[in-house]
Design a protein around this ligand. Structure first.
Ligand code: ADP
Length: 257
């Protein structure tokens, strides 16, 4: 599967799956635009905004591989910044064929202790961020008559996982967004799907028991991603890829739902 002459924008590309997606698409010929947030370091008096060195490293890795790559330090929950970034990208590369909404936050917390600010941040990044990116890019894809959009959802959303109410609720909102937007995208050849990666990613790693670490299955997830953003992608589908729901003991390598 090749992506020559295509432009792919990947959010959350500084680490984990987003990084792996970006490298895989670049290896397969796509020009990739990497998006991740600036780092915020708390100091005694105020928060300091610094460079996201992980994002720069992903950028350097792709350049070393001979790929074409741009990077943007943008917080996807800031709509004006997202719009400005998409404008800049359009000026540089004129088109966007693939959008992977992968930036997200994760936290495990018993329900009664969830803070409003944490609930809000979960929705600001995962749901609002995906909405801002998708809406900013939509007219471009419509004009091209081609687009592939992928949302990173989660098995926790579909089946539940312990202490993950905000995460599950936000990911389920994305499932709804995919279902309705797919109906609208069909006529423009814009396909919208979701991928529920239940591999042990960096994000979930620190919250899970060591016993399930051997189930790590990054390759399955990235291969599924490549299919879902390719010309052969279905529309309005939700695929599980990886190790299944930890709480529910479902360990499918790959499953369509
Ligand atoms: P996973 O292991 O599932 O890939 P990570 O935590 O490694 O999860 O990746 C999530 C990425 O999303 C991180 O690189 C993180 O910096 C990024 N991210 C989180 N919030 C935002 C945001 N508001 N804007 C842009 N990127 C974000």
């Amino acid at each position: 599967m090749r992506f020559d002459n295509q432009v792919a924008l990947i959010t959350g590309a500084g680490s984990g799956l987003g990084r792996a997606y970006a490298i895989m698409l670049a290896e397969r010929g796509a020009k990739v635009a990497l998006v991740d947030q600036p780092k915020v370091c708390p100091s005694q008096s105020k928060a300091l905004i610094t460079t996201n060195t992980e994002l720069l490293q992903t950028h350097e890795t792709i350049l070393k591989l001979g790929g074409e790559c741009l990077y943007f330090e943008v917080d996807v929950s800031q709509q004006d910044d997202v719009k400005a970034m998409v404008n800049r990208l359009q000026q540089d590369w004129q088109r966007v064929d693939i959008l992977v909404n992968n930036a997200g936050v994760y936290g495990a917390c018993p329900f009664e202790h969830i803070q409003q600010a944490d609930w809000q941040r979960q929705f600001d990044v995962d749901v609002n961020g995906s909405f801002y990116l998708t809406q900013a890019i939509w007219p471009l894809m419509k004009a091209q008559g081609y687009g592939r959009i992928l949302m990173t959802t989660g098995v926790s959303a579909l089946f539940g996982d312990l202490h993950q109410v905000p995460f599950s609720a936000a990911k389920m909102a994305l499932v709804g967004m995919v279902n309705s937007l797919a109906l609208e995208g069909e006529q423009y050849n814009i396909h919208i799907n979701s991928l529920c990666p239940q591999a042990l990613t960096a994000m979930t790693h620190k919250h899970l028991a060591p016993a399930i670490q051997p189930l790590f299955s990054f390759d399955t997830v990235t291969a599924t991603m490549a299919f879902l953003v390719s010309g052969a992608a279905p529309n309005g589908q939700h695929l599980l890829a990886g190790a299944g729901s930890v709480s529910h003991g479902m360990f499918a390598e790959f499953q369509s739902i």
